[in-house]
Design a binder for this molecule. Structure first.
Ligand SMILES: [Zn+2]
Length: 329
């Protein structure tokens, strides 16, 4: 079913490309590279007809799904690219990685009443984690902190991450209340993505007086550290992209000077040690409770140190991000 939906989507994309190529060819008949592209689009459409679309022509295994979504013309799995194809792919990934790094906020930021620090660790060159710090351009002192996780990994997830980035940049500037903002973002995201992909997300609006509003769309709970106590602010809605009409009630809290809100993606809580034990949300929560009084930067460093100790060199399984927002008013 999921595969059918994706193939129908890619089929539509190919037909659209075909039309554009024909239009372009109409005005430059002798353009060989356009002809070659048209030929490749037609042969992809033929493979769909024949039921061989998405199957590597060398080993007859499935081609990686995220690569097909990014480019429906690919015909070989990663293991069976030619040397020049492999080089081109590596260069593309390196560029995507640079573009994605350019979307991240500065690592340590201070605003009226708040300091924020984050650690962003992609599994490969690109990440499906979304991380941003946004301010109003209209004179309001509110600051927005966003952390999200797009389903899947690799290039397709990275593309959706940049889409989320653009959607929230636009909507925050519109000055909508948090709940309305996330609901609208959910509709836009839902309409612009294939239905098998979605994103979990926490959006926080922080006011100058220490008041916060938290909207959690199917994401790991935000951890509110106040002294040695930690309160979880869990999901109040489903991930974005699952339903166009999702409803996202907000949770409010008052933070005093020294209180910290910690956001993380499941790459942290689901990290594994060499003997396959899971790091777990409970361990993170206990750690945060045991570290009151740290700066945002020091708390993030303590979390990463503990995680690295636990993993002891075991391979990363997912993109991971941790963000700490500390009230310093
Ligand atoms: Zn292959």
């Amino acid at each position: 079913m999921m595969a059918d939906v994706q193939e129908a989507f890619l089929h539509g994309q190919l037909l659209e490309r075909r039309q554009r190529l024909e239009t372009a060819l109409a005005s430059s008949r002798r353009n060989e590279s356009l002809r070659q592209l048209l030929h490749e689009v037609d042969s992809a459409l033929e493979r769909m007809e024949a039921g061989t679309f998405g199957i590597c022509e060398t080993c007859h295994d499935n081609v990686e799904k995220d690569r097909l979504i990014a480019d429906p013309l690919v015909r070989y799995c990663l293991d069976h690219l030619t040397a020049s194809q492999r080089r081109a792919l590596e260069q593309d990934l390196e560029l995507a990685s640079q573009l994605q790094r350019g979307l991240l906020p500065r690592r340590n930021l201070a605003f009226a009443g708040w300091e924020v620090c984050y650690h962003y660790r992609p599994l490969g060159l690109v990440s499906g984690d979304y991380c941003d710090v946004l301010t109003h351009q209209n004179g309001s002192e509110d600051v927005y902190f966003a952390l999200g996780d797009v389903s899947g990994k690799g290039v397709a997830a990275c593309m959706l991450m940049s889409q989320l980035h653009a959607i929230f940049r636009t909507l925050v500037a519109s000055g909508l209340p948090v709940q309305a903002l996330v609901e609208r973002a959910g509709r836009v995201f839902c309409q612009s993505t294939i239905s098998s992909l979605f994103a979990t997300l926490v959006l926080v609006r922080a006011g100058q007086a220490g008041n916060i509003e938290v909207c959690n769309a199917g994401h790991c709970p935000a951890l509110l550290q106040q002294g040695g106590a930690v309160t979880e602010l869990g999901a109040t809605g489903v991930p974005l992209g699952l339903f166009c009409e999702g409803v996202y009630p907000i949770q409010s809290a008052e933070m005093a000077c020294g209180d910290t809100l910690l956001l993380y993606t499941d790459g942290v809580s689901e990290a594994r040690s060499a003997n396959e034990a899971e790091y777990g949300a409970e361990r993170l929560k206990k750690l945060v409770a045991s570290k009151p009084g740290l700066s945002a930067q020091a708390l993030v460093a303590a979390c990463i140190d503990d995680l690295d100790d636990f993993q002891a060199g075991a391979p990363l399984l997912d993109d991971l991000t941790i963000m700490a927002v500390r009230c310093v008013a």
